[in-house]
Ligand binder design. Structure first.
Ligand code: ZN
Length: 562
């Protein structure tokens, strides 16, 4: 009877229906929903009144109620006829008294570059000794197949280690007996025995203590780039995303990478291949691929970096003609041009002759812009050029800014303020600064009333960890504990505001990002300790803060509370 055609059709249909039923039952009807209610917390909203509440509600990825009482009001306002009830998928999390702050925004980092690092990247920015480095490496080794490369490229300085030196080959072997390793940054380049074997097979000299000469580092880097696959880049990008979520960074304003020699229309003599260089056309591919798979859990805002050398700025022109500003979605969107638009030649004493032409074009097309500066001369040159452009195309609503500004003075700040430009401050001198080489002048900048926000500039010379950045802003002390920025310290509230409520401005997203208020993105951080309590968290304790639970877009994307 099994041979009869109707019976076969019947059995086939039965099996299909059975399979569909099983699938429907197995599928969580609330999977992917972005509805949360957090109760019993100490939730610092960072709204204009510094309101603290015990409860917040997120529906469909946005804050809908701040505090239990406001809950009712917010719902009535939206639809007075039919008070909206919470989605049945709303998950309640009891915070058990923990401190919550808005999701942190880094207004200038290089997270795309971090994701593209060859090898399994591990940061050592929190290490205070060689033993700390060893323990970080041992932990990383547990997650990496033996034989695969582990790397630490940038964002550390010898100053931060008690020993004031880099680890030796023997010390690296103790931590990583089964993985080749390469470490490069503020103190040179070192490798372990397995790394030595690999690099020597590529014709790169390594000393018996594991040191690779500075002149050979690029060769070593390119030997690793040569074996990197696109899947490696995606895996590296996922690692980078998870790394920053562990600190509570929920938005990253990426400032690109140096252009590679061979970039069309760029004089090769003007750019060098470095640990901070990437192909500017393909560097976003891994991030975008992950986004298409729904796997990007921290917000990315893209500033495009170009280094035009020709007077008619052809590379920048193509970028402006072929890219939509502020295009994308709430997780990834294009946001601006920076931190360079032209080859920036001031360090050599000259000034880029095509700078004004470049900025004029950026203003005409209505893009935000951010310019890297390291000296007062650079601040003044950029400011003068902003002023010239401003007479033709007002920049007041374009969110232009200077970045880093370790040496800026009050007259230059006031000129920027008069045009409606802002300042992005970064604490990279936490790593490498010394007495007499501190800055930026946070207090002077804040007291001027100019728009200011903070970030890290991490991926080679700074630290991603916002709590180390905030430690520097609050104490003026570098990674070696030396006071290097005295008289320019900020309060904890001021520093946190620079990392949250003040950073939406640079993206024209101040109505969506940076505070816990009704209608804004449901991004927040549950902290490991009470940031505002100087008894529980003395200044040195700021360095140990991290996120125990990070929420982005109403979804829990990092959780160590279980
Ligand atoms: Zn930068």
């Amino acid at each position: 009877m099994y041979d009869s055609v109707p019976m076969r059709i019947f059995i086939a249909l039965f099996l299909i229906i059975l399979a569909l039923t099983v699938l429907a039952l197995a599928q969580d009807p609330c999977a992917g929903t972005r509805d949360l209610k957090l109760t019993n917390g100490k939730i610092h909203t960072l709204d204009k009144k510094d309101t603290i509440v015990s409860e917040v509600t997120i529906q469909n990825g946005k804050f809908t109620a701040i505090g239990p009482a406001a809950n009712q009001r917010a719902e009535r306002k939206r639809d007075s006829a039919q008070p909206q009830s919470l989605s049945p998928c709303t998950k309640t999390i009891n915070l058990r008294g923990r401190t919550v702050v808005p999701g942190l925004i880094d207004n200038h980092n290089h997270i795309v570059l971090l994701g593209m690092r060859p090898g399994h990247d591990i940061r050592i920015e929190t290490a205070a000794s060689i033993a700390d480095i060893q323990s970080i490496l041992k932990d990383k080794a547990k997650t990496v197949q033996p034989g695969e490369f582990i790397t630490t490229l940038g964002d550390w300085n010898m100053k931060q280690f008690a020993e004031k030196r880099v680890p030796t080959l023997a010390e690296l072997d103790q931590a990583l007996p089964a993985h080749p390793y390469l470490m490069n940054g503020g103190g040179g380049t070192v490798t372990n025995s397995l790394g030595k074997k690999f690099f020597e097979s590529k014709g790169i000299a390594v000393t018996s203590t594991g040191v690779i000469a500075n002149a050979d580092f690029l060769k070593a880097l390119n030997a690793l780039r040569a074996i990197q696959t696109f899947d490696d880049m995606k895996r590296g990008t996922t690692d980078a995303i998870n790394y920053v979520l562990g600190f509570g960074l929920t938005t990253n304003v990426d400032m690109g990478a140096f252009n590679l020699p061979g970039t069309p229309d760029l004089q090769d003599s003007a750019v060098a291949d470095t640990v901070e260089s990437l192909n500017q056309w393909t560097m976003y591919d891994a991030f975008l691929a992950l986004h298409r798979e729904g796997k990007v859990n921290t917000r990315l805002r893209i500033f495009f970096l170009t280094q035009d050398t020709r007077p008619d700025v052809p590379i920048l022109k193509q970028r402006l003609m072929n890219t939509f500003p502020n295009f994308g979605d709430d997780m990834i969107r294009t946001a601006g041009i920076g931190e360079f638009a032209t080859q920036w030649g001031l360090r050599g004493g000259g000034s880029p002759p095509n700078y004004q032409a470049a900025l004029q074009l950026i203003a005409k097309q209505g893009w935000a812009f951010q310019q890297h500066t390291l000296s007062l001369a650079e601040d003044q040159f950029a400011t003068s050029t902003f002023e010239k452009v401003n007479t033709e195309t007002p920049i007041r609503d374009l969110r232009w800014s200077l970045a880093h500004v370790p040496r800026i003075d009050r007259p230059t700040i006031d000129r920027l303020k008069a045009m409606g430009a802002g300042i992005a401050v970064h604490a990279w001198l936490y790593l490498s600064g010394s007495p007499g080489n501190g800055g930026p002048p946070y207090r002077t900048i804040l007291d001027s009333g100019i728009h200011v926000g903070a970030g890290s500039d991490a991926a080679a010379v700074s630290v991603f960890d916002p709590w180390l950045e905030i430690y520097y802003m609050v104490t003026g002390k570098n990674s070696a504990g030396e006071l290097i920025n005295d008289g320019q310290q900020l309060t904890r509230m001021e520093a946190l505001r620079l990392y949250t409520s003040e950073n939406g401005w640079f993206l024209k997203e101040e109505d969506k990002l940076g505070t816990i208020e009704t209608g804004k993105f449901g991004d927040l951080v549950v902290l490991s300790d009470d940031y505002f309590d100087t008894t529980k968290v003395p200044d040195e304790g700021l360095k140990k803060l991290k996120s125990v639970l990070t929420v982005v877009d109403g979804k829990v994307v990092h959780d160590t509370t279980k």
